[in-house]
Design a protein around this ligand. Structure first.
Ligand code: FMN
Length: 169
């Protein structure tokens, strides 16, 4: 196979092009053995496989949460509603306890499920792949659920650096 040519764009142009792809927004949560709750905002979530049920997301190598997500056997992908923009910002920026004042309940694996999430996927930390400046996490979904009123709730959407709700065309 032929090798890749060097990029013909700079990093800013790459980010701008990637940013045109609209995504949902998730908060990925886990709990360390010592009981510390960890959470991070991530828009890199996507589906992988139906059978077995697999999902993926990626985490920056420099992330302070990397060691927890590398070591823990389980995590939860919480899909945010548009009304949860505050949680999106909180789990992307706060340096201290990101769970302070955030209502949540423990899933069967003991990992935190955020109240009001549009959907949640409780995952076994199946595999990890180091690529460039990120690690790709593949999770095997053990349980999932949606908000009872999910059909009437707008998801949080991220595109071109801005947040949106979503209306059907
Ligand atoms: C909308 C949005 C999407 C994000 N998606 C990701 C992502 O997919 N992967 C990632 O590593 N960081 C992502 N981030 C950045 C992290 O949430 C942010 O760097 C976080 O503070 C890292 O926390 P930590 O260093 O404590 O682990 C995103 C931030 C925002 C606002």
């Amino acid at each position: 196979m032929k090798r890749a040519s060097p990029p013909n764009f700079d990093q800013l142009a790459f980010k701008k092009a990637l940013g045109q792809f609209a995504t949902g927004v998730t908060v990925i949560t886990t709990r360390t053995d010592s009981g510390q709750l960890i959470g991070i905002t991530a828009s890199s979530f996507n589906s992988v496989s139906l059978a077995p049920p697999l999902v993926l997301w990626s985490l920056a190598t420099r992330s302070a949460s990397m060691s927890a997500f590398q070591a823990n056997s389980h995590y939860v992908v919480n899909v945010l509603a548009a009304s949860q923009l505050d949680l999106c910002k909180r789990f992307a920026t706060v340096k201290g306890d990101r769970f302070e004042g955030v209502s949540h309940a423990a899933g069967d694996s003991g990992m935190p499920v955020l109240d009001g999430a549009l959907a949640w996927f409780e995952c076994h930390n199946r595999s990890r792949y180091e690529e460039g400046d990120h690690v790709i996490f593949v999770g095997e979904v053990e349980r999932c659920g949606i908000r009872e009123d999910a059909a009437e709730i707008a998801p949080l959407v991220f595109q071109n650096g801005q947040f949106h709700g979503l209306k059907p065309l």
